[in-house]
Design a binder for this molecule. Sequence first.
Ligand code: FES
Length: 126
Amino acid sequence: MTEIPQNIALALTRYARVLRADELRDGELIPVEIDGTPVVLVRHAGEFFAVQNNCTHRDFPLSEAGFDPRDGVLVCAWHGGCFDVRTGAAVLPPAADPVETFPVRVTDGWVEIGLTGSLTRERGAA
Ligand code: FES
């Protein structure tokens, strides 16, 4: 199978509107759910970032995490593992594996999350 270049794949990505951009202040996070998949939306330095809402260490919801705006990291409330919201990278143990990230855009004042990766699952699929 031929692989689609990333810039074309992103242009073809569908997006889901989740909330008005002015509903989230800088440094705040909010859990959202897209077709049953939990996601955390974070506003950091004027930009929006979306990551899976499950810590990769022990599957704790990152929507319960603290957000450290100095380093741009979510700090898991259970054991303190940290994830960079921009890349999803695990930057502090015990978290070792990255969290999935999703593209985010703002259109007409609405925050929209790109339906990529685990958000592309077919509705009704087993
Ligand atoms: S569950 Fe998040 S660091 Fe352990």
